[in-house]
Design a protein around this ligand. Structure first.
Ligand SMILES: Cc1cc2nc3c(=O)[nH]c(=O)nc-3n(C[C@H](O)[C@H](O)[C@H](O)COP(=O)(O)OP(=O)(O)OC[C@H]3O[C@@H](n4cnc5c(N)ncnc54)[C@H](O)[C@@H]3O)c2cc1C
Length: 408
């Protein structure tokens, strides 16, 4: 038995930044998420990666509802919106309100794999992006290796593509690759000589081997696994953008979009935890009055409401700067990512505390009561880690403050 609380953001957050088009997308994705994601959210959050597998039913429903079209132009089957980045952020916030896993699946499929393909040639974009927008293949994006992630310098990345007469031969080992157990293609960062390049690798090619899904603390519907590439034969058509040596630039610009998305997902989780907490504290009585009558909780929720306001405005500003043509909208992107993801963890911990014992439970034996704050607590933590840890985000901001000569 689950309970849907009142959306406090409808009363507390006044939308002055996002264009009307973005607000329309939010309203539409909210309905889709209520219908297609919410009924499955608890099962996905409480599942096991190896036995429950990929949430195909929800993925396919989101594809049918057109959610994967939102970030992309009409030339590849997308919606062709005037503010695609802003629309994408509100979509991911609305998905994360119910399911961090589904928001992460959307993030990797569209914001990472899909946006990396924007750097592709016209032929590559037509071949792959159309399938991303209609959801007929799942996309993945691979930069991380067992010994390379925060540091992606060419000396550190070990996956290597070597030119042969007929194209390229790829060897290497990637780790933590989201969606990889079900992906049709993966955009891979690899060393080519002394520089880095990206390749679009069809996962059905001989020599591509995806490992067992990892078992994780949260985001269990977001399947991650290692991928090994052993003498995988690629053609020049698989080199992203057709030009060697631009891999790091493509990867970092894609991850910039990604971290704005992660910020928006964190706001969705924080808002859900906040809404459940307000509802519970208003109705749960101790010492003859609602728990919310204690100033401790009033002040705490007042602080969190302020932080959610700030986090949403920050990610919106970063997305609007992207839409205005700035490919690297810092400091807002880095600020939004570290601020929002810390907030979602803090708000989730507060929510568990506010619910008392019920906050620690997945489901009550007596009557099946279930509140999602336990899942939000587990799911929210990864936001502080992936797509550039929060320490790296603060470094990005510090570089803007002090310059690279001092900050490195
Ligand atoms: C669920 C999940 C999904 C993921 N999905 C993908 C994916 O789809 N594709 C992909 O390529 N990768 C993916 N990753 C990898 C993810 O992006 C990395 O885990 C993340 O970037 C951190 O890298 P690391 O784990 O190697 O930590 P490390 O780089 O080893 O860092 C360890 C710690 O050291 C800190 N640190 C590092 N450098 C500095 C510094 N200069 N100053 C201060 N502190 C520092 C970090 O902040 C961190 O706290 C995923 C990871 C997880 C867990």
């Amino acid at each position: 038995m689950t309970f849907t609380p009142e959306r406090q953001s409808d009363r507390l957050y006044h939308e002055l930044l996002a264009p009307k088009e973005t607000q329309t997308v939010r309203a539409s994705v909210r309905k889709i998420a209520e219908r297609e994601v919410a009924p499955h959210a608890a099962a996905i959050a409480g599942g096991d990666e190896r036995t429950d597998g990929f949430p195909w039913q929800v993925f396919n429903a989101l594809a049918s509802a057109g959610v994967f079209r939102i970030p992309f132009g009409g030339d590849v089957g997308g919606d062709g919106l005037s503010h695609p980045a802003a629309a994408t952020t509100v979509a991911i916030e609305e998905l994360a309100y119910y399911s961090s896993s589904m928001a992460a699946v959307f993030d990797v499929h569209c914001i990472l794999a899909g946006n990396a393909l924007r750097n592709g040639t016209e032929e590559q974009r037509q071949r792959w992006l159309r399938k991303v927008t209609d959801g007929s293949v799942v996309g993945a994006f691979a930069t991380t290796e067992p010994d390379a992630s925060s540091d992606l310098s060419p000396e550190v990345v070990q996956t290597e593509a070597v030119r042969t007469g007929a194209g390229w031969v790829l060897n290497g080992h990637k780790r933590w690759i989201s969606n990889s157990p079900v992906a049709g293609f993966v955009v891979v960062l690899a060393r080519t000589g002394t520089r880095l390049s990206m390749f679009i690798v069809d996962t059905t090619l001989p020599g591509v081997q995806v490992g067992l899904p990892d078992r994780k603390m949260g985001n269990r519907g977001q399947l991650t696994a290692d991928i090994r590439f052993t003498d995988v034969r690629l053609s020049d058509d698989d080199l992203l953008g057709g030009t060697e040596g631009h891999g790091l630039r493509h990867a970092l610009s894609t991850l910039t979009r990604g971290r704005i998305g992660i910020a928006a997902a964190a706001v969705g989780m924080a808002q859900a935890a906040f809404d459940h907490t307000v509802a519970h504290l208003s109705t749960r009585h101790t010492f003859g009055k609602p728990v919310a009558a204690n100033q401790h909780w009033q002040f705490l929720l007042a602080e969190r409401a302020t932080e959610i306001e700030n986090a949403r405005s920050l990610y919106t500003k970063a997305a609007l700067r992207l839409d205005a043509g700035n490919p690297s909208p810092d400091p807002e992107a880095a600020m939004a990512k570290h601020y929002a993801t810390k907030l979602s963890v803090d708000m989730a911990r507060d929510a568990v505390q506010a619910f008392g014992g019920l906050g620690f439970a997945r489901e009550l034996g007596a009557d099946g009561t279930s509140v999602p704050v336990e899942a939000i607590y587990r799911d929210s933590k990864i936001g502080e880690i992936y797509e550039g840890t929060n320490e790296i985000q603060k470094w990005v901001i510090a570089r803007q403050i002090f310059g690279r000569d001092i900050a490195g």
